[in-house]
Design a protein around this ligand. Structure first.
Ligand SMILES: Nc1ncnc2c1ncn2[C@@H]1O[C@H](COP(=O)(O)OP(=O)(O)OP(=O)(O)O)[C@@H](O)[C@H]1O
Length: 288
């Protein structure tokens, strides 16, 4: 008797999704400043982020990474081009749709300290992320504990204030706060660049675990190609506002096509072969 081998069913696409990317940036140009002092910061930038994937955006300081992040969350207006989220063009949505979008796309900033209100407890910050109207930490205590546990923080952290935490812990709180909104897309902007190497590796490993566990869709921004490689499926290389190379992260890392990408690789601390996780000494890890 022959047995038919069962083929695992393909994961169901969420309602409303098609093969189109969750985020599609098309020929996006951003000009900042006015008159003689205006400058074109992004020049016809195009990139796609598909559901469940992480795209790393890499480029040196001043290449326009934060400008792109700020434009994507609606903090800066595009000068031309389109930003399409789940098939709908940002800027052409109804007010209600735009409000919904503000929650669907969450930005984790480089410096969580500046974005956490020093007079609010972590529990209050998370309660506000979960339900901005009520912002009630008592009502939301189970969900607050849940998200703190997801980033390996004790539930009692909810009653404490931002200044009571280290830089790495604050970054964990910022990640928990972004995830507590249950966004569709997370934009992480240089979230490890202010941290020491050991703490960087811890945060990157945490993000890699959360990506797997929650199936996150993410735009991960960094000037460091080794860091980008650790958490990304694809990479987009930005040079002075231009996309000069993009593709599978391992391909770009192993065989960069553009001289600028090669230069970025050469500037990776520890050299082009450096792997932030594997190359950390066990003693360094224990120190964290
Ligand atoms: N409001 C503004 N008006 C004019 N130019 C600006 C403005 N904001 C940023 N810029 C310029 O835009 C360029 C890109 O800045 P952006 O912060 O996006 O780069 P970045 O790649 O994120 O670098 P970094 O990591 O240092 O922040 C820089 O040359 C910056 O001076």
């Amino acid at each position: 008797m022959t047995h038919q081998t069962a083929t695992p069913a393909a994961p169901q696409a969420p309602a409303g999704s098609t093969d189109c990317p969750m985020l599609s940036v098309q020929d996006l140009t951003v000009v900042l400043g006015s008159g003689a002092r205006s400058a074109t910061i992004l020049k016809k930038v195009s990139l796609d982020v598909r559901r469940g994937r992480t795209v790393g955006l890499v480029g040196e300081s001043g290449s326009g990474k934060s400008t792109l992040a700020r434009t994507l969350v609606g903090a800066l207006p595009p000068s031309s081009g389109r930003i399409v989220f789940n098939g709908a063009e940002v800027g052409r949505m109804t007010r209600a749709h735009t409000r919904k979008l503000r929650r669907q796309v969450q930005l984790i900033p480089q410096d969580p300290y500046s974005s956490l209100n020093p007079r609010r407890t972590i529990g209050q910050a998370l309660a506000e992320a979960i339900d901005p109207l009520r912002a009630d930490p008592v009502r939301e205590r189970f969900r607050i504990s849940h998200w703190l546990a997801k980033v390996s923080l004790d539930p009692e952290a909810a009653g404490r204030y931002p200044h009571e935490f280290s830089g790495g812990q604050r970054q964990r709180i910022a990640i928990a706060r972004a995830l507590a909104v249950e966004p569709e897309l997370v934009i992480a902007d240089e979230i490890t660049s202010a941290l020491d190497l050991t703490t960087q590796a811890e945060i990157l490993n945490l993000l890699a675990d959360l990506r797997r566990e929650l199936g996150l869709t993410m735009l991960f921004i960094s000037h460091n190609l080794a860091v980008v490689r650790h958490v990304s499926d694809e990479v987009v290389v930005l040079y002075r506002g231009d996309v000069v190379e993009s593709g599978n992260v391992d391909r770009v890392y192993a065989a960069p096509e553009h001289p600028y990408t090669r230069r970025l690789l050469d500037s990776v601390p520890g050299g082009p072969g450096f792997n932030i996780d594997a190359d950390l000494e066990p003693a360094d890890r224990a120190a964290g």
